[in-house]
Design a protein around this ligand. Structure first.
Ligand SMILES: Nc1ncnc2c1ncn2[C@@H]1O[C@H](COP(=O)(O)OP(=O)(O)OP(=O)(O)O)[C@@H](O)[C@H]1O
Length: 247
């Protein structure tokens, strides 16, 4: 079974069609990077995967659950499919450690000792073990995002969705977050779908590059095909040529 399957998916905001005839399959363990111009539907695409945005037509199967079926409880999907947002969304009145331990405690009923041990090992992984008892406001944006990633990993998800995780960060913090994401992509069998404007990351990490424009997937290539070959789609070629000029 594939981790994610879109079949002819359509998504509207009122009269506006934000996703047009999306067909996409992502296998377990794959890392796919979603790129494209602003407003092309990238965030909408990944927000449909964990049910944050409903779809209006087509079929969307995630981790075996049918999202087009109104009877499907999105919480069942969110247990195994985590999301890292642009704006971290940490709980301000909880410490870093409490932030990481909360969902596993409530949703998975993980015992405290095991929960804390895993949380501390994840804090070490993201290089922030010394901040366990700090509050989010005492941390930089880059540190908060690394905590948000640790918090998602604490659920031991099968799939992690990243929605422009570095877009709200000062430039000097971006690499710390990208390095954590690269480590995860390298040493895990987890599926990762990453919406990003960081082409260096896409080039280095993605098994696949998915190019979107105007609510459609126009290219779905290996990173070698996309960056070193010639995308077949004219709009993808234009997008790439602009990036290369600005690099
Ligand atoms: N809640 C909403 N209501 C109405 N229109 C929306 C809503 N969210 C997004 N849109 C529209 O849907 C289109 C796709 O938006 P989306 O955020 O998915 O694009 P994006 O590719 O992620 O853009 P960016 O790179 O700027 O974040 C845009 O035209 C946007 O204005």
């Amino acid at each position: 079974m594939s981790m994610i399957e879109f079949h002819d998916v359509q998504k509207y905001y009122g009269d506006f069609q934000a996703l047009k005839n999306i067909n996409l399959t992502v296998e377990a363990g794959e890392t796919a990077v979603v790129i494209g111009p602003s407003g092309s539907g990238k965030s909408t695409l990944i927000r449909t995967i964990n049910g944050l945005e409903p779809i209006q037509d087509g079929k969307l199967i995630v981790d075996g659950y049918d999202l087009a079926d109104k009877k499907t409880d999105p919480n069942k999907i969110r247990k195994n499919v985590g999301m890292v947002f642009q704006h971290f969304n940490l709980y301000a009145n909880k410490t870093v450690l409490q932030n990481i331990m909360l969902a596993p405690k409530i949703v998975l009923k993980r015992p405290d000792k095991e929960n804390q041990e895993l949380a501390m090992s994840l804090l070490e992984k993201v290089g922030l073990a010394s901040k366990a008892n700090s509050y989010p406001r005492q941390l930089s944006g880059g540190q908060q995002q690394r905590i948000a990633i640790a918090r998602s990993l604490a659920m031991r998800p099968k799939c992690l969705l990243f929605d422009e995780p570095t877009s709200a960060l000062d430039p000097e913090m971006i690499d710390d977050v990208l390095n954590v994401m690269k480590d995860i992509a390298r040493d895990s069998s987890m599926t990762m779908l990453v919406v990003t404007h960081e082409m260096g990351f896409a080039r280095e990490v993605g098994d696949r590059v998915i190019f979107m424009d105007d609510g459609q997937i126009l290219e779905d290539d290996t990173k070698e095909q996309f960056f070193d070959g010639e995308p077949t789609n004219e709009r993808a070629r234009q997008f790439l040529s602009k990036i290369i000029v600005h690099k």
